[in-house]
Design a protein around this ligand. Structure first.
Ligand code: DO4
Ligand code: MG
Length: 281
């Protein structure tokens, strides 16, 4: 099942039929260890709507309200190598090799709703950054008790020039207005995602593809439950949280985003998240 956040409530999609839940409070609705059962019960006896496409076109929002967005780093080999390349001048390379092997993962605060855009929204690149990339990441939807109840698509927009200058600049490379995208929906399932679930990205410039990449989630070095367990060790999340699981797709070092580029990130069971790049919004 898929759960969409709209301006006036929520929409549940099951077997290509769409059910409108009016005035649902997103925080309360989402933060439920039995979310799958709740959605099943909610649509029981309801009639699907005929004009779901136009409703979602007008009303779709990022699937976040009071939750914090956190992110994991260097969870794929490609991310370790990319980071070592970008920080070789600053001598930061060792940090990435060590964290890739360490028991404790790299986890960092990424965004709140005010810095996050949804499907169709504009993400930003920083005006003081010269080298910028999207990071397409499977994102866990976690309740306040630490249970993973769903998955969404995340874009952990990153400045490689700022992070590469000094790893201590990571918060500035990662967190700024418009630095995160989530959406288009939350895929709610009781089963773990298949190991061969693929994350794909296409970046288009003036209508032409300039970068394509993909990775399957079985390439990740960490277990999702271990990432959640470290995040929840000493932090409480009264409304639940989103945890980006890290990128396994890093464009080669000569690639940087331009204003107006369109990024299309697909994760099979969830859907496609499309965003364009801006410097000012
Ligand atoms: O180590 C810096 C950030 C890493 C990251 O965001 C990723 O691997 O996805
Ligand atoms: Mg990342």
């Amino acid at each position: 099942m898929k759960l969409y956040k709209t301006k006036t409530g929520a929409v549940i999609e099951k077997d290509n039929a769409f059910y409108v839940v009016k005035n649902a409070d997103w925080d309360t609705f989402l933060n439920d260890d039995a979310l799958f059962e709740k959605l099943t019960k909610t649509i029981n006896g309801m009639s699907p709507v005929a004009d779901a496409a136009s409703l979602l076109k007008q009303e779709l929002q990022a699937p976040i309200q009071s939750q914090e967005v956190w992110a994991s780093g260097v969870t794929y080999y490609r991310s370790k190598v990319g980071r070592q390349e970008e920080s070789k001048e600053s001598g930061g390379g060792d940090f990435y090799a060590k964290v890739y092997e360490a028991e404790r993962p790299e986890i960092f605060f990424k965004a709140t709703a005010s810095r996050t855009v949804g499907h169709g929204g504009k993400v930003r690149i920083r005006r003081d950054s010269t080298w910028n990339v999207p990071e397409p990441e499977l994102t866990l939807v976690v309740t306040s008790s630490g249970k993973i109840v769903g998955y969404t698509i995340g874009n952990d927009m990153s400045s490689r020039s700022i992070e590469g200058e000094n790893p201590l600049y990571l918060p500035q490379a990662k967190t700024y207005d418009g630095s995160a995208a989530l959406g288009p929906c939350i895929y709610v399932t009781e089963k773990p995602l298949p190991e061969d679930t693929r994350i794909e990205i296409t970046i288009s410039r003036k209508g032409k593809p300039v970068f394509n990449g993909d990775v399957t989630i079985n390439q990740i070095k960490r277990k999702f439950k271990d990432l959640v367990s470290f995040l929840y060790r000493e932090c409480s999340f009264p409304h639940g949280s989103f945890l980006m699981t890290g990128t396994g797709i890093v464009p080669s070092s000569d690639f940087t985003l331009h204003e107006g580029d369109e990024m299309s990130i697909t994760i099979g069971p969830i859907g496609t998240l499309v965003n364009t790049v801006a410097t000012n919004v």
